[in-house]
Design a binder for this molecule. Structure first.
Ligand code: PGA
Ligand code: ZN
Length: 424
């Protein structure tokens, strides 16, 4: 039974404030969770409540969200069984009363929602992935490691936001992580040797200026070889273009020129021909529904097309995407929708329609590792949590090592099975 809820303002990985919540039960167990924050946020995401007081944290303080938890949520939830996740989340959504979660703030609701789940898991002595996923939770996701950062996550000239490596050929998650980390280190020396910058972007990947976007793939390809892996079998590529960021008035400004949705699609088709790419996330803008359907019809049979800003983990937008075949996969971010229940509903909806799901961090993260457990609990087979470097990113990848260890012989690594459409 929930006895006490405490909320506080802490710092995220970018040095901006965010919400942390602790839920205490009458049996003495506690659950703690922290809320992530995006930079290239979708227009249709749930509202993250910020104070707007320019004298504190440049207006980004979250004292209002913290106060909403203390003044408007705690009293309503004390006395609930922590295992009543769905009722608890619904209660908070009712108190909020808006579709956008702007009244309480999605950051307030999500912090409580995740902390409740963790308290409930602790109370029954189960790891979070087992509590949420039950006895069938055994699939370790492919770590989608973003080793070269561009777009809104870096100060470089690279348009594409995330260049990810997916070690699909590894026999286990542990070995997959190792190969990713080795390629990351190899990439650093490749960049150094070419006189390119080795400073990092927001998600721990390198962020050099480059002549083209494809040049990033060539550098990573070189690093894969240098690290002793085979490109296309051991390691494949995935991109998060985050195209909404460079879309305006029906056109895309890409590599210094203006491009139509059709031209962007031709570019992606060529890229998928030239490189072993298994997944394109947000290749087109969040409002370009017809462009998405055309692209999915054209290359969706061989690559994963993932909606992030397009779907914002929102069941209504995912339902439209299923009906219009706008994509074939959903990026899942807990703070885009704002509660654990709705996140699980979004995954369920996607899976029932044969869409894949990729569990995801935000560019602003904390030491919280909930998404690693969620990836295993939902059996989604893919987790993106940035580079295999910097503690805010590595915390998630390390949590998966612990989960793999706990599952022991029952653990299965998703590997190439996570991308059934890919043909090498
Ligand atoms: P964000 O970026 O957290 O800044 O939105 C991550 C993504 O676009 O997937
Ligand atoms: Zn994205």
């Amino acid at each position: 039974t929930i006895e006490v809820i405490v909320a506080r303002e802490i710092l995220d990985s970018r040095g901006n404030p965010t919400v942390e919540v602790e839920v205490g039960l009458d049996d003495g167990t506690v659950g703690r969770a922290a809320v992530p924050s995006g930079a290239s946020t979708g227009a249709f995401e749930a509202i993250e409540l910020r104070d707007g007081d320019a004298d504190r944290y440049l207006g980004k303080g979250v004292e209002k969200a913290v106060a909403n938890i203390e003044d408007r949520i705690v009293d309503q939830l004390v006395g609930y069984e922590a295992s009543e996740q769905r009722l608890i989340d619904q209660k908070m959504l009712d108190i909020d009363g808006t579709d956008s979660r702007s009244e309480l703030g999605a950051n307030a609701i999500l912090g409580v929602s995740l902390a409740v789940a963790k308290a409930a898991a602790n109370s029954v002595g189960l790891s979070l992935f087992r509590y949420l996923g039950g006895p069938n939770a055994h699939l370790l996701p492919v770590p989608m490691m973003n080793i070269l950062n561009g777009g809104a996550h870096a100060d470089s000239n690279v348009d594409i936001q995330e260049f990810m490596i997916a070690p699909i050929g590894a026999p286990s998650y542990r070995e997959a992580l190792r190969s990713g980390a080795e390629v990351y280190q190899a990439l650093k020396s490749v960049l150094r040797k070419q006189g390119l910058a080795t400073g990092l972007g927001d998600e721990g990947g390198f962020a050099p200026d480059l002549p083209t976007n494809a040049a990033a793939l060539d550098l990573i390809a070189e690093a894969v070889g240098k690290a002793g892996y085979r490109l296309g079998t051991d390691i494949v590529f995935a991109l998060d273009v985050a195209a909404t960021e460079f879309f305006d008035n029906g056109t895309y400004t890409f590599e210094g020129s203006t491009k139509s949705p059709e031209e962007m699609s031709e570019y992606y088709t060529k890229l998928a021909d030239d490189y072993p790419i298994v997944s394109f996330e947000d290749p087109l803008a969040e409002d370009d529904w017809s462009g998405w359907s055309t692209l999915t019809a054209s290359i969706g049979d061989r690559v994963q097309i993932v909606g992030d800003d397009l779907f914002v983990t929102n069941p209504q937008r995912i339902a439209r995407g299923i009906a219009e075949r706008s994509a074939n996969a959903v990026l899942v971010k807990v703070n885009q929708i704002g509660s654990l229940t709705e996140t699980l509903d979004a995954v369920d909806l996607a899976h029932r329609a044969g869409f894949r799901c990729m569990m995801s961090h935000r560019s602003g993260e904390t030491e919280d590792t909930t998404i690693a457990d969620l990836a295993v609990a939902t059996g989604c087979g893919q987790l993106k949590a940035g580079a295999p470097a910097r503690s805010d990113r590595v915390a998630k990848y390390n949590q998966l090592l612990r989960i793999e260890e706990e599952l022991a012989d029952a653990a299965r690594y998703a590997g190439a099975g996570a991308f059934p459409r890919y043909r090498s």
